[in-house]
Design a protein around this ligand. Sequence first.
Ligand SMILES: Nc1ncnc2c1ncn2[C@@H]1O[C@H](COP(=O)(O)OP(=O)(O)OP(=O)(O)O)[C@@H](O)[C@H]1O
Ligand SMILES: [Mg+2]
Length: 470
Amino acid sequence: MIEAKTTEIKMTEAKTTEAKRPTINWMDVLWLVLLALLAVLPPVREYHKQLILLAFGILQLNEGWLIARTPKRGDAYIVLLKIALATLLLDHTGEIPINSYYYPIYYLPAVTAAEYFGPWATLFWTSLASVAYCSYLYPALQEYEITGEDYGRLAIRIVFFFLAAMVVNRFVVESRRQTQRYQELAATLAETNRRLEQAQAEARRSERLAALGQLSAGLAHEIRNPLGVIKGSAEMLTQKLGDSNPLATELSGYISTETNRLSALVTRFLDFARPLHADLTPQDITAILDRALHDVAQFWKGSPVRVEKEYQPGLPLVPLDESLSEQAFVNIVQNSYDAMAPNGGQLRVSVRKSRTGDRNDDRAGGMVDGVEVRIDDSGPGIPLELREQIFNPFVTTKKTGVGLGLSIVSKIIDGHHGTIRIEAPDNFADEKAAGEPGSNVAGPGAHFVIFLPAANEQSAVGKSAHLVIS
Ligand SMILES: Nc1ncnc2c1ncn2[C@@H]1O[C@H](COP(=O)(O)OP(=O)(O)OP(=O)(O)O)[C@@H](O)[C@H]1O
Ligand SMILES: [Mg+2]
């Protein structure tokens, strides 16, 4: 069945190529010259013969066009017409048509069939051409006696029809196979190229992150000391003033709380910028996910969010730093809650075993076993133009956001030799419809897919390991 389908595709390809052919090319001209040569060879005064040769010429010139017009059976009609014309030609080129010197004209339908069809169909069409040729045996038998030798000669001619058809067919089938191989090769190359570009984009992102990280670290470090002095001074001022000056006390209170906020922010910057120390031990990832979900849910004050979990049983352990991975999941889940804050919604967390290609890993042909965590929410989704930059630091659409959450996530996942990507919503139409006034379609939602390699005996991170994620 598959074979049949492939043959069909190949045939369609052949037809399309034919249809695109220029109306007259040099091969067609050569054809016409050869037919003209036949026309000036005896019998010259037999105008039926000339008409038939003309018909052959017209058919040849319009073959591509005819096949394009009737894509379903065009090729079959062409072969049939050629058999009919060949049979007519024999009738007008010899007293006894079966003895006509023009009998090789049957090579034309046989070779045409070989060009357009598979081996079995070629055999069929060549048989039909042979039957048409042999049909002239009947009138010959009425008038003459045909000897065994004559039958032998006839058989030789017919076997040559088949021979020519099969040689051409074999060549055509082989060339189609080669074309398909080249197409597959081209597709593989395109895919490799795509992966390479993706890897380059990731590398550029990492470089940018590293540069920004250094800058943030330097700045945060410099800001931290004066902040400590301001905070200490404000607290001393509050103590010294006591109740004597309520306004000054209130103002120094503001200084204190705002300094605390700034200090927390600086700590966040440093989390992002500083090398993180990770102690990787094989962990049950679902327990960590549960904790992250609980952490976010317990402080949630917006509209209700329904959480749905789907954990595949028998998941492998994953080498993780408990607190860092929990922080990464908290950041993602918190974003989903934030996105659904106005109307509430549904958060779906699923974990399953997975196997993915890792260009840095040579084991098992570059395939790595692990787990795939999907976090899908029913919020408004992430705008297309933001998807490229979302893991870069300081990209935020929130009034009070810093834009560091996902860049910290990306850093942690990278440090765990994992990957994170955003998947487009299933149905782009839904994505468009969502948000349109009067539309009933829920938000297209954000879909995060995280892959983490499983604990592996041979892996450096298979058992406990201490890593510095910079
Ligand atoms: N689940 C989501 N749905 C819709 N938009 C999202 C989602 N997750 C992230 N985003 C978008 O990506 C931006 C960056 O997220 P990120 O977590 O890095 O920063 P943030 O949440 O804005 O600030 P913070 O540093 O406090 O986390 C967000 O401002 C938001 O626009
Ligand atoms: Mg965030």
